[in-house]
Write a protein that binds this ligand. Structure first.
Ligand code: URA
Length: 420
């Protein structure tokens, strides 16, 4: 293995061969390539890119670094979101799709920075367990048809190691590297079909819609090359989803959706993704709204939570401290910035600054007005939840410019814009 030769190929803007990619990923996973050499190669990839064949080879090498689950003849279909603020869609969507007989293996992650983590949210349910063995996971998929759990360490271990390095070397922002990182895990998990929710906007990983589209295209072609029926929806993340961001607050909102209610944007996105998943699973004629209304999706949720030791009837944790933010004037809510709301939830304790940190399950933000709705002076705009009251100041700083309230104007003028 000649890591310097491989680095020089990419430094000079040339293509890496299939063998070079396989060798360097294998050697790096085994600890035989120094982190500074891999960082240098990653930076050359960020700057000079990788073509479609190279990206497919990079993805295959990461899959080959670990095990590939065999879910046999189960009619599996999964979903992946590139992440956002208030994005709790996995929680209602997984049991909803499983309630139609498809099998949903949702291997999820924890939150880092301003985007929340599905496992952190679910751990606010008393007794619920994220870490399952492969045998437990496959048994639950056969019995219940749905699982949301942590990815096991032997699934694409090269990605785990590479991602940790990218995180501290400024080499996350590369479409081929992001696409291969996400798709290696999804292909290794053994799903037959995959629906991607690729977000753009201030609260998204890639704010530009053009970048999001390019990422979506790259992931769809990687999935297709690996024989996974892969589709992508491009969705907006300039405004946070629903009416809450945090842990327990997002579980509560998801349960409202499963009970047939909930915020309309969460319901719409859940149904749009469910339709694609059902179609990929051969059930294109089904209207997924039915099982939200008739209780079947809720029954599946309860089974899924109980199968992982959770008590679906247990009260969710209450925050020790609550702070309300009121509107200073009358008007209409013109915009609510997803990134600012995500930062506020994170600063309240819902997220972590470094891997492994504990999160507060009760922490989060609720907003009580939607875009385009009227606001009255003195009305509560936000409710902040925290276990540690000293966190409120930082969250309030994040929210200072988050909401823009415009005067309600009749006629041709633009609404006058002012923040809180
Ligand atoms: N999520 C991943 O799993 N990998 C990336 O590179 C970026 C986001």
């Amino acid at each position: 293995m000649d890591p310097i030769g491989v680095i020089e190929v990419k430094r000079d803007g040339r293509e890496l061969s299939t063998a070079q990619i396989a060798e360097i990923i294998e050697a790096f996973t085994a600890g035989d390539v120094a982190p500074e050499q891999m960082s240098s190669l990653l930076m050359a990839i960020v700057l000079n890119g990788m073509g479609r064949r190279e990206t497919a080879d990079w993805t295959a090498a990461m899959i080959d670094s670990g095990v590939r689950l065999d879910l046999g003849d189960l009619p599996t279909v999964d979903k992946h979101s590139t992440g956002g603020v208030g994005d709790k869609i996995t929680l209602p969507l997984t049991p909803l799709v499983a309630s139609y007989g498809l099998v949903v293996p949702q291997l999820s992650g924890r939150g880092l920075g301003h985007t929340g983590g599905t496992l952190d949210k679910l751990e606010s349910i008393r007794g619920w367990r994220a870490e399952l063995s492969v045998d437990e996971m496959t048994a639950q998929l056969r019995d219940v048809g749905a699982v949301i759990c942590a990815a096991t360490a032997d699934l694409a271990p090269a990605d785990r190691k590479l991602y940790a390095l990218r995180d501290v070397t400024g080499t996350v922002a590369s479409i081929p590297l992001i696409a291969s990182s996400i798709m290696s895990k999804k292909i290794a998990e053994g799903t037959r079909a995959l629906v991607l929710d690729v977000k753009s906007g201030s609260g998204a990983f890639l704010p530009s819609v053009d970048d999001a589209r390019e990422l979506a295209r790259a992931m769809v072609s990687l999935g297709a090359d690996a024989g996974v029926d892969t589709r992508a929806l491009l969705t907006d993340m300039s405004t946070p989803l629903g009416r809450s961001a945090g842990n327990a607050v997002e579980v509560a909102e998801s349960v409202e959706v499963l009970a047939g209610g909930g915020p309309s944007d969460v319901v719409e996105l859940t149904l749009a993704l469910a339709r694609e998943m059902l179609d990929a699973g051969g059930l294109g004629d089904v209207d997924p709204a039915e099982n939200l209304q008739n209780g079947r999706a809720m029954d599946k949720w309860r089974m899924m939570i109980a199968a992982q030791g959770g008590d679906p009837d247990a009260p969710l944790p209450d925050p020790r401290h609550v702070h309300e933010v009121r509107a200073g004037s009358d008007g209409v809510l013109v915009s609510l910035d997803a990134l600012a709301v995500g930062h506020a939830a994170w600063r309240l304790g819902a997220g972590r600054s470094r891997p492994g940190e504990a999160v507060s399950y009760a922490a989060g933000v609720q907003w009580h007005v939607g875009i385009g709705e009227r606001v009255r002076a003195g009305q509560t705009l936000f409710t902040l939840h925290a276990d540690d009251a000293s966190r409120f100041d930082a969250a309030l700083d994040s929210l200072a410019e988050a909401a823009v309230i415009g005067d309600a104007v009749i006629g041709d003028a633009e609404p006058a814009r002012r923040s809180l």
